[in-house]
Design a protein around this ligand. Structure first.
Ligand code: HEC
Length: 484
């Protein structure tokens, strides 16, 4: 049951990420055993993890805002919570280690701060409760932490499978790019062999799209921490490591060619118009950013920020004529936005459940899928009226993508299947089998000959569109041996 819904899966993902960190990255770097405690390195992360959920600028529980050093010192309703040099007289420390009813976090709301972390806070107060040199006391601490955070190096061999949230064929159709753990992995689609690893700041890639010039746009993030949209050139030179080319998409400007967006939570989807002149990405902050790429990716301009949904944006598409932005929301609606007039055109309410994905292959027809297990088609000018709805999947449908040449669609679902459909008129086609867990990702090859699906357990299957035959099945987790 714990993986019933995508949103729950994102929570799972957080747990998995923590497990991953413990297992792969070893002990956290900042053991403050020797040398003075650093506020930003050792203390601020403890507050971020244990306190900021309630003491952020919005909630300010007890009128106490802990988002900047200055405010942290000023305290809340009870006044200054810190007495530099004296942890035992500091309310803040007392509340963390308290065995009484009134503790922080409040007993009924969360676990106590781990003893070793509380001891670090105590030492910091004892040493004078100082801020590190060079940091503005008015600076947003979450932002300061984010700037300082560096992504871990992905393990040479995965002990756990990578969750494949996104897949894309390279423009030549020969390779498949999958999202890994702090990296993108590139596989020979016919042989299932790893050929490249591209390190990324993002822990996960949630959406990918190749632009006409061959550059890859990736939307991703670290759940609950940060989200980004970055553009990579996978043809840049890397270094050979154990027969695989490794590219540095974190720091090498030849690989990471453009950094379009940084936000405070994951970016979950990205799409480009057919001519590659418009790019749109949306996610947990409920906004869709639309960039004008008509001057090329180097001169990308943010054209508009569309806030049209009441919850996360899970899917996005730009209509083939570049007129409309189509979005899928956790708020149980799909919507159309007129990109020129900059106004909402229509809301499609029929799913009555989370809408995960949208496609808009022809200018005037939209397809959407959701937790209602249905593939539905409707029109931007149809006032939200449905044209047709088709079932077939036995569980939530996560993605719908359009064939590059034929009136054919592919969907992927929690029922572990990828399905093909005729799009005009909408009609169920083949069920493609071979995946072994939730199928989050599905993609057609640019020539339309192949379709690939991937999902929760890292398994990827490539099928022939013509007859549904399996071309190759492999696990897109470098060095990982699936348990039987
Ligand atoms: C689940 C929500 C929650 C979390 C998490 C939480 N607090 Fe609180 N905090 C409160 C509430 C509610 C109050 C006001 C009631 C009270 O003072 O007992 C409060 C009050 C306080 C106060 C007193 C402020 C004043 O001047 O009245 C301090 C200091 C404080 N919290 C520190 C912390 C620290 C440090 C952490 C993290 C280790 C933390 N809190 C985590 C909810 C929370």
């Amino acid at each position: 049951m714990h993986r019933r819904r995508y949103c729950a899966c994102v929570l799972c993902a957080v747990a998995a990420a923590v497990a991953y960190f413990v297992l792969f990255a070893g002990a956290p770097v900042a053991s403050a055993a020797d040398g003075p405690v650093s506020f930003i390195r050792d203390v601020a992360p403890v507050f971020q993890e244990n306190c900021l959920a309630c003491h952020d600028a919005k909630k300010k529980a007890g009128k106490y805002d802990m988002t900047t050093f200055e405010k942290l010192l000023a305290g809340g309703a009870n006044g200054e919570p810190l007495v530099p040099g004296k942890p035992e007289e500091s309310e803040l420390h007392g509340l963390i280690v308290s065995t009484e009813q009134r503790r922080m976090p409040p007993r009924d709301k969360g676990e106590a701060v781990p003893k070793d972390k509380a001891a670090v806070v105590a030492r910091w107060i004892k040493e004078g409760a100082k801020l590190d040199a060079g940091i503005d006391p008015k600076a947003d601490l979450v932002k300061e932490l984010r700037v300082r955070w560096t992504p871990p190096t992905p393990p040479e061999a995965y002990r756990f499978p990578a969750v494949v949230n996104a897949l894309a064929f390279t423009p030549d159709g020969k390779f498949l790019v999958a999202g890994g753990h702090h990296e993108l992995t590139v596989w020979d689609a016919a042989a299932g062999k790893l050929v490249k690893r591209v390190r990324t700041r993002a822990e996960r890639a949630y959406g990918m799209v190749f632009l006409p010039d061959g550059k890859l746009v990736v939307a991703g993030g670290r759940p609950g921490q940060e989200g980004d949209v970055r553009v990579y050139d996978l043809s840049a030179k890397g270094k050979a490591e154990n027969g695989v080319e490794v590219l540095d998409g974190v720091a090498d400007p030849k690989v990471l060619v453009k950094h379009l967006l940084d936000v405070e939570d994951s970016v979950l989807c990205v799409a480009a118009s057919a001519d590659g002149k418009l790019l749109a990405a949306g996610g947990c902050d409920r906004a869709v950013r639309v960039w004008d790429l008509s001057g090329g990716i180097a001169a990308a301009k943010l054209d508009q920020t569309v806030e049209n949904h009441a919850d996360w944006i899970l899917g996005v598409a730009v209509s083939a004529d570049g007129k409309y932005l189509v979005t899928a929301g956790r708020d149980k609606t799909a919507k159309v936005w007129d990109l020129k007039a900059k106004e909402s055109v229509v809301t499609f309410p029929e799913h009555q459940a989370i809408v995960y994905g949208v496609a808009a292959p022809a200018g005037d027809t939209i397809f959407s899928v959701g937790a209602d297990k249905q593939l539905r088609t409707w029109k931007p000018g149809g006032e939200g009226k449905q044209v047709k709805s088709e079932g077939g999947h036995a569980d939530d449908v996560f993605k719908v993508v359009a064939h590059p040449k034929q009136p054919v669609l592919a969907t992927s679902s929690a029922d572990k299947a990828v399905r093909l459909w005729k799009s005009e008129p909408l009609q169920a086609g083949k069920k493609l089998e071979g995946l072994t867990d939730y199928a989050y990702a599905v993609a057609f090859s640019p020539d339309g000959e192949l379709v690939a699906g991937g999902g929760y357990d890292g398994q990827v299957v490539v099928w022939k569109v013509a007859d549904g035959a399996v071309v190759k099945a492999f696990n897109a987790s470098p060095g990982y041996t699936p348990k039987k």
